[in-house]
Ligand binder design. Structure first.
Ligand code: SF4
Length: 115
């Protein structure tokens, strides 16, 4: 777990690795409104074309590509970055992972070296 003062130094390199992790990108009602508006779709059309029921059966999630990466990942870039869901916006501040983000791994190494 990163200490808050070290987490403040986090700077995303845009490598796109987090968009390739398995799991679900859960959508809030606001995410659906924002993404549908960004794409010029009404919400029902967005939901039908771009979402699935999440394993928790209580929320919708974004679709994945065949390799498990996010459907909106193009190369290393999020093609809906300006309208990306809250789950994506809040990483790594509201939630995090033990490994897999190169920039977080660097900060974890830095923290270990001063402990
Ligand atoms: S894995 Fe980390 S550095 Fe790479 S795009 Fe995601 S948040 Fe940014």
């Amino acid at each position: 777990m990163l200490k808050p003062d070290i987490l403040k130094q986090f700077k995303c390199s845009g490598c796109g690795e987090c968009c390739r992790w398995g799991g679900s990108v859960l959508l809030t009602d606001e995410d659906i409104r924002t993404m549908a508006g960004f794409l010029g779709l009404d919400e029902a059309a967005f939901i039908a074309a771009h979402t699935r029921l999440a394993p928790n059966r209580q929320q919708l999630a974004l679709l994945d590509q065949a390799d498990g990466s996010c459907a909106w990942l193009e190369g290393d870039r999020c093609s809906v970055y300006e309208a990306r869901p809250e789950q994506c916006r809040s990483f790594p501040y509201a939630w995090s992972v033990p490994e897999g983000c190169p920039e977080l791994d660097k900060l974890l190494d830095q923290q270990k070296s001063v402990e």
